[in-house]
Ligand binder design. Structure first.
Ligand code: F0G
Length: 423
């Protein structure tokens, strides 16, 4: 039994129409009194619930200064405004050559790398840091493959709070460490992978040493839910329809869970019908694919992979903590999950770059996964698809340089340059 169904019936624990529900046992908790990341009773994952959910017509109707981006959807969020840079309102690119080559009716790329710190994590942090202010903490912490740490450092600094980040030593792309560093986080490089970093940060949070802002924190996913809301609105405005499928890279499965929640809420208000929910389709790297394994095996849980490896370091994760929310999301929407090789990821990164869209390796996994599912006939030619690209090219300059062309040294002389070009 799981309690993923959206009900708007307000329990006694609610504050201003907002409360937390355990998805495993259905227990309710107050949203901001006390700090909890999982259920007090059974340690199940928590979800934020609302007594009054908006429909499309309600979005953007509030005249506040935080009108744009994520806060356009404030009616679906626990606050009306937050610590903002601002975030969201990202482009939904046309990629005509890729669309032709892959062979689907419509392909659009939602480029989350265009957020202020270069990844979708900003959407989660603008809400998460606002909640941290509400519960009254002074030190924020996360484990990270890089992007979460960059976003938390920026938003935490802006809020004037101390930030602690735990990173897997040697496995975080240069751009991300540079961001965490300049925004002033205290950076601990852990001799272990991301999953071990998260184990430790959870322990620190449980001991009251810091407020956890990984996607285990249900409020982060509220912010990330706006990716789904934006895709639905943009696609409808530009294509006159909702997309059939959304393909996204999966690491800790936070976005997968967040998209599913966005669609469950839209369905609960009657804004969309059940058959209009896009098929949520997750992509992992072959070297770290516990979600794909669970979907293929028909499991209702994932088995943690202790040894994970991929060039797409952002999704080098063996224990996706949001799996209990994400696995039903993939299944109930009629989606699937697929694993791709590092070489396929690099090819997809180049294909996107040819369309002018620069992404980091993990992001390109969505295109690589769609390509594979199309080749296997799992995705039909008549589908309208949105691929999510989660992080900017400059996050991982080494991977970009390796996938791209090499600079050619030439003398500082026009004739020599011409000779070189002709040779
Ligand atoms: N793509 C990028 C660029 C990411 O940074 C991440 C996660 C994902 C995809 C996977 O998203 O966890 O919601 O399934 N990065 C986290 C981090 C783990 O620490 O930056 P997810």
């Amino acid at each position: 039994m799981s309690y993923l169904e959206i009900t708007q019936e307000e329990p006694a624990e609610a504050t201003d129409g907002v409360w937390l529900t355990c998805i495993e046992c259905g227990e309710h908790f107050p949203p901001f009194a006390g700090i909890r990341y999982t259920c007090d009773e059974c340690e199940g994952l928590l979800e934020v619930r609302y007594a009054d959910l908006p429909t499309f017509a309600d979005f953007g109707d509030d005249e506040s200064a935080f009108h744009g981006g994520v806060w356009r959807y404030s009616d679906a969020l626990p606050f009306d405004e937050g610590v903002s840079l601002p975030e969201g309102d990202t482009p939904l690119h046309n990629v005509p050559r890729l669309e032709d080559e892959i062979g689907v009716e419509r392909l659009r790329v939602k480029h989350e790398g265009m957020n202020p710190t270069g990844s979708f994590k900003d959407r989660g942090m603008t809400v998460g840091v606002r909640v941290a202010q509400a519960v009254g903490v002074d030190r924020l912490a996360c484990a990270s493959t890089g992007n979460t740490s960059a976003a938390l450092s920026a938003y935490g600094s802006r809020a004037g709070l101390e930030v602690l980040v735990l990173l897997p030593a040697g496995k975080v792309a240069a751009g991300k460490i540079a961001q965490a560093s300049l925004h002033g986080a205290r950076i601990l490089e852990v001799d272990g992978n991301f999953d071990r970093c998260l184990d430790i940060v959870k322990d620190l949070a449980d001991r009251g040493e810091a407020y956890l802002l990984n996607s285990l924190n249900p409020f982060r996913l509220e912010g990330q839910k706006t990716i789904g809301l934006e895709i639905m609105e943009q696609f409808m405005a530009e294509e006159g329809d909702f997309p059939d499928r959304i393909v996204l890279p999966v690491g800790n499965a936070g976005n997968t869970a967040a998209l599913y929640k966005a669609f469950r809420e839209l369905e609960a208000t009657g804004a969309i019908d059940e058959d209009q929910i896009p098929k949520i389709t997750g992509v992992q790297a072959e070297g770290s694919a516990p979600m794909v394994e669970a979907i293929e095996e028909g499991w209702d849980h994932i088995e943690r992979w202790d040894d994970v490896e991929t060039k797409a370091t952002a999704i080098r994760i063996g224990n996706p903590v949001n799996a209990p929310k994400a696995l039903p999301g993939v299944r109930e929407t009629g989606g699937t999950a697929v694993a791709v090789t590092d070489a396929e990821i690099t090819d997809a990164q180049r294909s996107l770059a040819e369309e002018g869209v620069g992404v980091e390796p993990a992001s390109a996994a969505s295109i690589a996964g769609l390509r594979k599912l199309r080749e296997e006939g799992v995705v039909d030619t008549d589908e309208q698809v949105v691929c999510l690209t989660t992080g900017h090219l400059l996050k991982d300059p080494d991977a970009a340089a390796e996938a791209g062309t090499d600079p050619e040294p030439v003398p500082a002389d026009t004739d020599d340059v011409l000779d070189h070009l002709r040779s």
